[in-house]
Every structure is written in C-alpha cells, then in structure tokens.
Design a protein around this ligand. Structure first.
Ligand SMILES: [Ca+2]
Ligand SMILES: [Ca+2]
Length: 525
C-alpha cells in the first residue's frame, strides 16, 4: 500500500521522495461564547493528499475491507478495499475508508508533528460550526423541498441518480430536486461555503467526530460507536442536528473527517499549506468540467397525462424537456388479470423523440406510467406517475394479492420468482434507525362488502417484530395488530369488524417497523 501512496505523493507534489511533512489545514475561527467554544476548524474535509503525508511518515496501513461505493463497486459486493486505486487517484478528494480510528490517528500525528493541539471536533463544536449559528434546518435556510441544496452541498441528487442508474442499473427511491454535478464524493470545496466559511459540512462525505455516542458496555472508558455527523453524496440532505454513529473500525467510502485546532491563536500560513491551496484550486477547475458535464442532464419531464381510449389504447402526453438530443423512456407498472405481469416499473419503450406515446392494454387490466428524459449524459429523474384502466374490486371471502392495490404511498413492490409482495416502509430516505422519521406508508384496494359484522382477517406476512399493521375501510378501523415478526412469510390471523359498503380497504403501517405483505383475506364469520 505504501508504494501506491508514494506514487501519488510524487504526482501530487512533483517531489521525487515520498513527502512526509504534514500539511496544516486552512482554518476558520469558530467562536460561541455561550458554549465556551473558541477553536479553529478546517475549511475543508481532510484530503487524500494530506492523509498521504501521514501514511508516508508512519507506514500507516490502509489495507482493510471497505464498504466501497463507486462506479465499479457496491458495498453489498463485499469486495471493496480501503486502498482501491480509484479512491486515491485524485489527491484533492476527501480521504475515505479510514474509519473513526484512522481519523483520530491522523489528528494525533498532525498534533505531534506540528506541536499544535489538532484533534477531531466534538459534537457541539461541529453542530455549531455546521449551522453557522443559525437555527434553520440548514445553515442557508429550510429548503423544505430540497431544491436549493445543490448550490451548497454534494448530496443524493439528480446527478447521483443518473450515475447510479448508469453504473449499477438502480435508482434510490429519493433524491434532492436539483443537480449538484457530482455522482460520488468529489474534490473538496466545490460548493458555496456556509456563513462561517466552511465547505462541505452537510455533504460530500459524512464526518467522524471524536465524540462517543455509544460506550462499551463492559468497559465504559472505551468507545463502541463514534458520532458521524452531516450528510454525504449518497444520502438525502439531513438537518444539521441529525447524526449517526459508527464503530471505531468501520471503513466506508461515504465517510471522512475534518480536524480542528483547539486554540484561537491566529496561525501564519505555511508554505506547505500555500502550495496545497494553489494545487487545490487547479483540481477544482478540473473537477468543475465534469460537474458542468453532469449538470447538462435533461430536465425531469413534467405534466404527464394519460387517457384511456377505444380498445384499451392509452395515450400518454407530457411537457417536453428542454435541451438538445433529448429522447424519452417510458416505464410501466402493469396489473394484468392473467397475473403474469409485475407491478414493478419496467421500461417498455426508449428513444422516443416526441413527447407523446401510445400503449395498448389487455382488457380488464390497469397500468401506471412514468416518463424519463435521456441524453448522452444520462437519464433524468422520473416524471409524475399516472394511472389508467380497471382495478379489480374485491369481496369478502376472497384472497387478495398485495400487489393488486389501486393506490399506494411509500411502499415498494418486491418481486422474487413467482411471488410479488409489497414492502411497507416509510424509510425512503434510507435513514439509520436512530433518526428515522415516521412516514406513513399505505395501500388501498377497491372493495365491496354486502354485510357488516365479524370477520377473520388472515395475512401472509413477514417483517420486523412489533410492526404495527392497520386495516381500514374509509375511516372505520377494521383490524389492528402488531406482528410477531419473522424472516419468512407466515400466516397471521386476527378478528376484524367489517362495515357494509364500497369504501376501499386501506392497509397502513402505523409505526416505524417494516413489514412485507404477500396476500390477505377477510373471511366472514
Ligand atoms: Ca451529488
Ligand atoms: Ca462533509
């Protein structure tokens, strides 16, 4: 490993010998009298270039398995290495795959070699610095629909969405409503600084702090999990006060760190730092070319409208996306009475040059559609979703497959072999369990009950122990249960109280725990 770093150091500094002298960070004063904070914080996340000096000087080993996420690897592949060449190729991207302990070791080395009190931030210091003294969700404001964030941070956005689609053929369920020009982590300092002059506090890589969130149970002087603050390129923007934690040895490529100087004494800029800043500016200019390229992704198509005509012909129309050489891909979720189709959104057409498309459905079926715009750079985010056709009307004493819903919210189709089922999970932002907000998820089914009275509700279900499942007919609660929870599908029966009439059946997740529903039935008693 050392060899690779040495080579990089040569590229980065034009020095023939492995450079072992530390680069002191560009510092910004952070002062809050109320909390007795009087420190200076690194303007940027610690880069590969800075960390390389530490590796050269100490023979620090970067050889562990890393949750590596880039164009070639997904963390789930389990093949990522901390010393992957891609992570080290650009000296001015943040260093990743070092974990909290690697970050702490770096700060200790920096302090020792410079004789100055460098360390990782404490949580209250980081929180104050990232909010820039403001009480809004983000230092620049509330940004309730996540459309302003891309000027300020590299987060999960349209560029990330298009890149993951291209490299790994998948999309996350959410992304910010803007384009920040970066798919994975990028060169530090590419976006607007916050009010204190700090860059990338809420994006690019998440940042390890020295604060301990969970102490070792047997030895409370040891830290089990360190605080991990901010958001990163892989995550939706998170308000400044939302944080995660990670074990000391955790290595991931979405996590990095920055340092602070535990002193208010003004520092003179060293020659090393001066050179670093000059080279960083060049690296930013280079990176901007790629950012600008990604920013020319086509805009998301809007105003999608579907009309069902004679012989089940569906006419789709939408507002064209601006830009040159834009074509469109049509995705469809299909509910066919033969039950051989999947309700997953599948691509049915691509390369459509006009903002119009005609589809044909089988009799007695229903479909929903979304349109994406494509150009040479990649694919936009999805348009609004529209539905047409006939959804089945279910009765008492009939088995109802979960995927036969007519409306949904925050659920996801899971299709494996012949079985289709539906995941109820409001955690579309993939938040860690600790700070997951409760977001309702539900499905509705067309339903008609001739009689009111007692019934037995049976469902084939799996999921988390204690997941709360509710069945409603309009505003009437039919049944409610907390499931025992299991990895495998199991039948679960509870008494139910039916109302007569044609109010749809709605199934709701009533707490944060997830469940997956295969089918259900309401048997009259
Ligand atoms: Ca991004
Ligand atoms: Ca960051």
């Amino acid at each position: 490993m050392k060899k690779l770093f040495t080579t990089l150091a040569i590229l980065g500094t034009s020095s023939v010998w492995a450079n072992t002298s530390p680069i002191e960070p560009v510092l910004v004063p952070i002062i809050d009298k109320a909390q007795n904070i009087n420190i200076q914080m690194s303007k940027y996340e610690v880069t590969v270039e800075e960390f390389t000096r530490f590796v050269n000087a100490t023979n620090y080993e970067m050889s562990g398995k890393c949750h590596l996420f880039n164009a070639k690897h997904l963390p789930a592949d389990g093949t990522g290495k901390a010393n992957d060449a891609d992570l080290l190729a650009n000296p001015f991207r943040p260093v990743v795959c070092v974990g909290p302990l690697g970050a702490i070791e770096y700060a200790q080395w920096l302090a020792k070699t410079t004789g100055k009190p460098y360390r990782l931030p404490e949580y209250n210091e980081w929180l104050y610095a990232s909010s820039a003294g403001k009480s809004s969700r983000f230092s620049f404001g509330e940004d309730l629909n996540y459309s302003e964030m891309c000027d300020y941070e590299n987060i999960e956005d349209a560029a990330n969405s298009a890149g993951l689609k291209q490299h790994h053929n998948y999309r996350n369920r959410l992304s910010a409503n803007c384009n920040d020009g970066a798919i994975y982590h990028t060169v530090v300092g590419m976006y607007r600084p916050n009010g204190f002059g700090l860059h990338d506090m809420m994006g690019n890589v998440r940042e390890f702090l020295q604060s301990c969130d969970v102490f070792n149970k047997k030895d409370p002087t040891l830290c089990q999990k360190y605080v991990l603050a901010g958001s990163g390129w892989h995550w939706m923007p998170r308000p400044t006060n939302v944080f995660d934690n990670m074990g000391g040895n955790f290595l991931g490529s979405i996590e990095g760190f920055r340092v602070i100087l535990d002193s208010s004494k003004k520092q003179s800029t060293s020659a090393q730092t001066q050179t670093f800043v000059e080279q960083l500016m060049l690296a930013q200019q280079q990176a901007k070319i790629e950012h600008d390229r990604l920013k020319s992704l086509p805009a998301t198509p809007t105003g999608l409208h579907a009309k069902l005509g004679k012989s089940n012909q569906v006419s789709l129309n939408w507002l064209p996306s601006t830009g040159e050489n834009v074509s469109y891909s049509i995705y469809r979720s299909y509910l066919d009475p033969s039950k051989k189709t999947t309700r997953k959104m599948n691509k049915i057409a691509e390369g459509i040059k006009t903002s119009h498309y005609v589809d044909h459905l089988a009799r007695g079926s229903a479909a929903s559609y979304q349109v994406y715009a494509d150009n040479v750079i990649g694919q936009s985010q999805a348009s609004n979703e529209v539905s047409v056709g006939q959804y089945p009307v279910f009765q008492v004493d009939e088995r109802i497959q979960a995927e036969f819903y007519n409306q949904y919210r925050n659920t996801k189709i899971i299709a494996k072999e012949q079985r289709q089922s539906v995941l109820f999970d409001g955690n579309a932002g993939d938040n860690m369990p600790k700070q997951r907000p409760f977001v309702p998820s539900w499905l509705t089914y067309k339903f008609n009950s001739e009689n009111a009275g007692q019934a037995m509700l049976t469902m084939n279900i799996r999921g988390q122990k204690g997941a709360l499942v509710e069945f409603w007919q309009g505003n009437h609660l039919v049944a409610k249960t907390a499931i025992k929870g299991s990895k495998h599908y199991a039948e679960h029966s509870i008494p139910a109280q039916l109302m007569a009439g044609d109010e749809p059946i709605q199934i709701r997740a009533a707490n944060k725990r997830y469940f997956v529903l295969d089918w259900f039935e309401l048997r009259s008693q």
